[in-house]
Design a protein around this ligand. Structure first.
Ligand code: NAP
Length: 287
């Protein structure tokens, strides 16, 4: 298929690579052009100078940028993807954004005879690199059926959870679970250091029991070693928690621990850790 991918960050760069390796013809766009050139150097294919240029002629246009405003700009702004897409084409958005912006872009797509699917992902940098992401989708069933075999290039599992915005709501559920799990693991690492136990040995045994989790498998070493310069940025987590807490205010859900963890992440930002991986939550706890 002829595809386009907009946003070659930590996640987008390898995801677009999987599409290329899946045999598709991929045209990429990145705001900082050097990264688009690097991608083309690594995989081949082509890059566009604007989102509209990259999206022209593509059957499916994928996007993975930062937040709601970035998304509006890249998809529906001047020289945005919608400007270049032909009627019937599909925009699949992998950004973690609000359910509101998903509904807004879905309506804008319909007005132009285009389709929109919100499809935020979970599984981190490693999931993107290894093609093992969980993909939560919102949109129409017929459109989802067309994209499902294509996103399998980097997805371990994908599901349609309802109308536009449902994928973003499911991602909020994911982040509520992640925030609590990371703080639990941080407190465990803190306790291990105080107790004099061998952390690696402890996690090697307990990860097979009831305490096991993705965070434990993938983040205990970084927490024990104090290595945070990788992965899922604290700034992104704060964005996700803000969106989640706003949605909870609207739907009446009570999220006291999530709200507290949002403040803990604010502490990490004020330590200079905005781009550190979210497991840096352990830095708040003294060794
Ligand atoms: N990293 C993870 O583990 C992870 C996991 C799940 C979900 N996510 C979500 O996936 C999204 C991307 O995350 P990431 O880690 O890949 O972020 P990232 O490394 O910071 O990359 C962000 C990408 O978006 C582009 N971008 C941002 N604002 C833009 C704008 N206004 N116009 C055009 N391009 C813009 C950036 O372009 P430049 O190169 O020019 O800056 C870059 O290509 C976020 O919504 C994040 O919450 C991330």
């Amino acid at each position: 298929m002829k595809l386009a991918f907009l946003g070659l960050g930590t996640m987008g760069f390898p995801m677009a690579g999987h599409l290329h390796e899946g045999g598709h013809e991929v045209c990429v766009y990145n705001r900082t052009t050097a990264k688009a050139q690097q991608w083309v150097g690594e995989y081949g294919g082509d890059f566009g100078e604007t989102p509209a240029q990259a999206a022209a002629g593509a059957e499916i246009v994928f996007c993975c940028v930062g937040n709601d405003d970035d998304l509006r700009q890249v998809v529906n702004g001047e020289q945005g993807a919608f400007e270049g897409m032909a009627p019937g084409a599909i925009l699949v958005d992998h950004t973690t954004a609000s359910a509101e912006v998903a509904r807004e872009l879905d309506a804008a797509a319909r007005a132009r005879g285009l389709h929109f699917i919100d499809a935020p992902v979970s599984g981190g940098q490693a999931g993107a690199q290894n093609g093992a992401l969980s993909i939560m989708c919102g949109g129409e069933a017929g459109v989802f059926a067309r994209i499902e075999p294509v996103i399998a290039a980097y997805g371990k599992s994908s599901s349609l959870l309802g109308a536009a915005g449902s994928g973003q709501l499911a991602k909020m559920v994911n982040q509520i679970c992640v925030a609590g799990a990371v703080q639990g693991l941080a407190e465990a690492v803190h306790f291990i250091k105080r107790s004099g136990l061998d952390g690696r040995a402890v996690f090697d045994v307990i990860r097979h029991g009831a305490a096991g989790s993705w965070q434990m498998d993938n983040r205990h070493e970084a927490m024990l070693d104090g290595e945070f310069d990788f992965g899922f940025a604290v700034d992104w987590m704060r964005k996700d928690l803000r969106i989640t807490l706003e949605e909870a205010r609207n739907n009446g859900a009570s999220l006291p621990i999530t709200a507290l963890l949002d403040q803990f992440y604010a502490d990490v930002q004020s330590m200079g850790g905005g781009r550190w991986d979210t497991c840096s939550l352990v830095k708040r706890l003294k060794d």
